[in-house]
Design a protein around this ligand. Structure first.
Ligand code: PMP
Length: 365
């Protein structure tokens, strides 16, 4: 394959071409620095400016106040499955509550149980993770250490349109790995909201954690240093060497979102348009394509559906690839097709997929 395809990978995922070009142009010698960014000390002015620039872009995209720290960490989103309970419930007798709507929530609660008292207050596994609950379906206790949920389950393709309801006394904690930066949000609703970068925000290697500062003070004293949020907040995300390349790229993606796209509301409008194109084909050919998520919980980021049989599924993936529509095979645990249409997937990519799907259904249905 010699040219770029429409890449529907779930992550690491497509990045904006203009950002990749800028990285390419500046990779060997960052203008003014005399070296590649990858060769510079994280404590030097050049990198600290880059890190603060990335932080400021994220702050201004969401209007994040100084009540929150914005951290750039390593260990992927998966380390947050442990860091959150380790900081908030390890060594105390509080209980954290979890809403589980897919594979990532399931993994998160599994890790959290190693740290302290955990209660699952909603689990959608009986219906094969095809929906998110309504507020009346679960009860959050007023004294919970936090309420945890995953806003977009990347594997099943189910997304919360609104945050779950949560008493103001309880910090709301959200894994937004696959939808942070895809739409506007009121960050003030959250105690912690975090995302690995490799879907909407850049390359793998950095995880953005937005944490309300009062939550920095709950960690047990013997928690390992890297695991302790306060160390990262006090050290300006430089308690140890941050992933400098990934932070650099993330900063460029955030600037692209602001300058080229026009911010989160504009990005959301495009994302909704892309999702509508694909879901409309599923609905118009409902004898052929079977959507996984219940319609009111459909993800705008990961469109999951199946075909009538495995033979057609295999042909779909193969013929799509021959038309430069790549990485459409679903996650092994759900099967079927998953089309990830994150921020960097252009509208034309979703149009090309929708048109291929229409043709494929009419030829094989
Ligand atoms: N949460 C969600 C919603 C994800 O999609 C992923 C990655 N696909 C993860 C957590 C885990 O991320 P990482 O591999 O960076 O640890």
């Amino acid at each position: 394959i010699s040219s770029r395809v429409y890449n529907f990978s779930a992550g690491p995922a497509a990045m904006p071409v203009s950002v990749l070009k800028e990285l390419q142009e500046e990779l060997l010698c960052l203008p003014g620095a005399g070296a590649s960014l990858m060769e510079l000390s994280h404590r030097g002015q050049v990198f600290t400016d880059i890190l603060h620039g990335a932080e400021n872009s994220i702050r201004s995209l969401y209007g994040i106040s100084d009540d929150y720290a914005v951290l750039f960490l390593q260990g992927g989103a998966a380390l947050q499955f442990s860091m959150i309970p380790a900081n908030l419930i390890r060594g105390n007798d509080k209980t954290a509550q979890y809403i589980v709507t897919g594979s990532w929530g399931k993994k998160a609660i599994g890790e959290a149980k190693k740290e302290g008292n955990i209660e699952s207050i909603y689990d959608a596994k009986e219906s094969n993770f095809d929906h998110v609950p309504s507020p009346g379906d679960y009860k959050v206790r007023d004294d919970a250490a936090y309420l945890y949920y995953c806003s977009n389950e990347t594997i099943q393709g189910v997304q919360f349109a609104q945050a779950p309801s949560c008493p103001t006394s309880v910090p709301l904690v959200c894994d937004a790995s696959s939808d942070l930066l895809s739409r506007p949000l009121d960050i003030n609703k959250y105690g912690i909201i975090y995302a690995c970068a490799q879907k909407n925000a850049g390359p793998a290697g950095v995880t953005v954690v937005i944490i309300r500062r009062d939550l920095l003070d709950h960690a047990p004293a013997n928690l390992p240093g890297y695991m302790t949020y306060k160390n990262h907040a006090d050290g300006d995300s430089m308690w140890n060497t941050p992933p400098t390349f990934a932070v650099w790229a993330l900063g460029k993606v955030a600037r692209w979102l602001t300058d080229d796209i026009g911010g989160l509301a504009a990005m959301q409008a495009v994302n909704e348009q892309k999702a509508k194109l694909v879901y409309e084909v599923i609905d118009a050919n409902s004898n052929f394509y079977k959507g996984h998520a219940k319609p009111d919980c459909r993800s705008k980021m990961n469109v999951t559906f199946n075909l009538p049989n495995d033979e057609l599924l295999g042909r779909f993936v193969k013929e799509a690839a021959s038309q430069d529509l790549a990485s459409l095979k679903g996650h092994r645990s759900v099967g079927g097709i998953r089309a990830s249409i994150y921020n960097a997937m252009p509208l034309e990519g979703a149009e090309a997929l929708a048109s291929f799907m229409k043709d494929f259904a009419s030829k094989n249905g």
